[in-house]
Design a protein around this ligand. Structure first.
Ligand code: FMN
Length: 207
């Protein structure tokens, strides 16, 4: 029995990335009925504040220094969150484009769990070594199409950044599904949604 974590960073219950993730999960569950799919909706999920205490706690770990009491308490929460993430076998992320990047709530999640010794290690000799080598499906949505031939690929800091993060933490088996354009101003948006749903179902069958 595999445990799958679905992480949503769109605040819209009927958003395009959500619809594609729903299609993916429905197909996956119909085939892998004994697997468990848990879901984190980041917009209603309690994350620790990355305030001065939390950041000093992180730097103390890097310096191998002792924590103060308040640092110990917030660091425990951060470690718990990273360990909760790592405990899953596979991941599904839905990632809308917000101002050419990812929604800040997803960045906050990444900043919380991406900790040395937990998601990655670094040494002068080896550089970054990721500690999470698990299969991932990343579902990307955007009003405009930033794909090859669009003339806008250089403006895309959504897929490029998120894919970079996945690789740094060690993921190698990464499947990307792009739903774009999603703006109702484009007639192609209906076709793009159907195409992405179809792709999601196909990937779900072999995930
Ligand atoms: C705050 C915000 C910023 C956005 N920035 C961009 C952008 O830079 N480029 C783009 O193509 N679409 C942008 N959009 C549109 C969304 O990417 C698009 O509507 C997408 O389908 C949203 O995904 P969802 O339906 O899963 O929530 C933005 C939307 C919001 C709310």
């Amino acid at each position: 029995m595999a445990r799958i974590l679905r992480i949503s960073s769109s605040p819209r219950p009927r958003g395009c990335s959500t619809k594609i993730a729903d299609a993916f999960v429905n197909e996956y569950v119909s085939i892998n009925g004994s697997d468990v799919v848990d879901r984190i909706d980041l917009w209603s999920y309690d994350l620790p504040e990355l305030d001065s205490v939390a950041i000093e706690a992180k730097y103390a770990v890097l310096r191998r220094a002792n924590h103060s009491e308040s640092e110990r308490s917030v660091w425990r929460r951060i470690v718990d969150e990273a360990e909760k993430f790592k405990a899953y076998d596979k991941y599904i992320f839905s990632v809308p484009m917000w101002n050419w990047g990812i929604p800040f709530i997803l960045k906050k999640y990444i900043d919380t769990i991406t900790q040395p010794g937990l998601l990655f290690e670094w040494s002068p000799k080896a550089g970054y070594v990721g500690l999470v080598n698990k299969p991932v499906v990343a579902i990307y949505s955007s009003s405009f199409d930033y794909g090859e031939g669009s003339g806008m690929t250089g403006m895309d800091h959504q897929k490029r950044y998120f894919d970079h993060w996945l690789r740094v933490i060690g993921c190698r088996d990464i499947q990307s599904i792009v739903v774009a354009p999603t703006s109702a101003a484009f007639s192609e948006s209906v076709v793009a949604l159907e195409k992405a749903k179809q792709q999601a179902r196909e990937i779900a069958r072999i995930f």
